[in-house]
Design a protein. Structure first.
Length: 249
């Protein structure tokens, strides 16, 4: 499914809605409202209206998805919203995308992460040279070199997106942003993953709204609050591409 952000806001809390092109139903990731999308034949414009489905239903659907019970999630929403199964499946798929896609954060590497990345590339480069130059001339050494090279490449692949993000934002200065809304995506070990709606301040004094992902230690979750000022970086040519720092929380 092609998930494309349309310029529609939640009629309940005003947060931006992310919906697939042509969707009839969606949900608000911040207040868990169920939304019906209506296209006007005269103007061709979409409007969003609130559906009489308790927010707790979306929260329960998310829990079922995270527990691997997608079929139960579809059944629950179909009965609660009084809609066809196909429509319920589309909405549940949208929730799956909102959970899984955003857990993979495009975050730049930390100082320690950069050191590890340099180490991985250095070891991979030396190992490749040993193999290509036939310096590793015995079978056991060659096998060892291949094992090391594969292990290094796996590590590089696991942080490749973070490496690209680090390069993109290398020369970008930090600026301030105000947290307007935030919602928990998932928790993993001692970390919590949030999606946040921010009001980002530009150097010229203007501001714009944008969403980003925030990863924070569970011990510091209480510090994340609406109205909190955090540091962010954004690309001038793509203001939706934002990274946030929670070091000053």
């Amino acid at each position: 499914m092609d998930f494309k952000a349309e310029a529609l806001d939640c009629p309940n809390c005003g947060a931006p809605l992310n919906l697939a092109k042509g969707s009839e139903f969606t949900f608000c990731e911040y207040c868990h409202s169920s939304i019906r999308i209506t296209k006007h034949e005269d103007t061709g414009e979409d409007t969003a209206s609130h559906m009489d489905v308790p927010p707790e239903v979306i929260a329960e659907v998310k829990k079922l998805i995270l527990n691997g019970s997608k079929a139960e999630a579809v059944e629950l929403y179909m009965k609660s919203a009084g809609i066809e199964k196909d429509a319920a499946e589309k909405l549940v798929n949208a929730i799956v995308a909102s959970i899984t896609n955003r857990i993979i954060l495009n975050r730049p590497l930390s100082g320690k992460g950069i050191i590890f990345a340099v180490f991985f590339f250095a070891v991979a480069g030396v190992t490749f040279w040993l193999l290509a130059s036939h310096t590793a001339d015995t079978k056991p050494v060659q096998v060892l070199c291949w094992m090391v090279l594969i292990f290094m490449l796996i590590n590089i692949a696991s942080i490749f997106r973070a490496i690209i993000t680090t390069i993109k934002f290398a020369g970008v200065k930090w600026t301030k942003a105000t947290v307007l809304k935030f919602v928990l995506i998932n928790t993993k070990k001692n970390l919590s993953f949030y999606k946040a709606l921010l009001d980002v301040k530009e150097p010229n004094g203007l501001s714009f709204k944008a969403e980003t992902n925030i990863m924070i230690k569970n011990d510091n979750v209480y510090k994340l609050q609406e109205g909190k000022i955090i540091d962010v970086k954004y690309l001038e040519k793509d203001k939706k591409n934002i990274v946030a720092s929670v070091q000053n929380l």
